[in-house]
Write a protein that binds this ligand. Structure first.
Ligand SMILES: [Zn+2]
Length: 271
């Protein structure tokens, strides 16, 4: 009985007004928002619609709580959410989910370029690192992040493969959230894309017989999985950056950008 849903919604809205603001609100419940003199009827809702948000992009701030908050609120960069590294991490929402935050910069995923337009950005306070020295994320931060990501991805129906790191969408210039970011732990909690180990083992056995696939095949798989990569058959600097970004996400024990057998097997196993 579809027609009744609008009536019920209207009644529920009116009831909400009563609870929220008392009798005066009920008297003005017929008023609609819009330009003066123009009445907009919002009682009907289209069946065919979905969220504009398709991606979640994860970052580390590379600075502390205070500086991160200051930068993300006052400078020409922002994110929807900021998770601090306090003992009990605090979650700030700095930009409404319906609005763009400025966190992705020049980036691309599955060919989409304006990533700020269709994504929610989450910054996590973590100093980052270099070489062998990378600061870990605290278990409390990851627990908080997982709860937040469950909520966001359910509300916006985000596909697992569209939950990405900044380095995934900008491999030529970004390395956050870095090799210490626990993508596997997120996957175990039902967040993001992961691979089947049995499939990886199968590819490893296959490579022992056939040798490793060529670079063009690797580039084609990277592109299939969303990465923007050269398609020239050469293991050039740009391609190595893309392979390194892939490794930081799926095989962080070594992210030197060299497509070894395990890296390629994971690449082939991923769907
Ligand atoms: Zn970033």
């Amino acid at each position: 009985m579809k027609p009744n849903t609008n009536l019920l919604a209207r009644l529920a809205r009116q009831a909400g007004h009563i609870v929220a603001a008392g009798l005066l609100a009920l008297l003005s419940a017929c008023a609609t928002h819009g330009p003066p003199g123009l009445e907009i009827d919002r009682s009907q809702q289209a069946k065919s619609q979905n969220s504009r948000v398709e991606f979640i992009v994860l970052h580390y701030t590379s600075t502390g709580n205070h500086a991160s908050l200051q930068i993300l609120t006052e400078q020409n960069v922002s994110s929807h959410y900021l998770i601090t590294d306090e003992k009990r991490p605090k979650v700030y929402q700095l930009v409404d989910e319906s609005r763009r935050a400025w966190h992705a910069g020049v980036s691309q995923w599955f060919g989409r370029t304006d990533m700020n337009a269709g994504s929610i950005g989450v910054e996590i306070v973590n100093p980052g690192g270099s070489g062998q020295n990378w600061a870990p994320y605290s278990p409390a931060q990851i627990e908080t992040l997982i709860a937040l990501l469950h909520d966001i991805s359910q509300r916006h129906q985000i596909k697992p493969y569209n939950i990405v790191g900044h380095s995934d969408i900008a491999p030529q210039r970004k390395i956050d959230p870095g090799p210490r970011f626990p993508w596997k732990q997120l996957a175990d909690a039902g967040i993001g894309r992961w691979y089947d180990q049995a499939a990886v083992d199968g590819f490893l056995r296959q490579f022992q017989k056939t040798g490793l696939p060529d670079i063009l095949s690797i580039q084609t798989d990277l592109e299939r999985l969303g990465y923007t990569t050269p398609k020239n058959g050469l293991l050039d600097h740009a391609t190595k950056n893309v392979v390194a970004a892939f490794q930081m996400h799926y095989r962080p024990s070594c992210y030197d950008g060299v497509p070894d057998a395990e890296t390629i097997a994971i690449l082939k196993a991923l769907k």
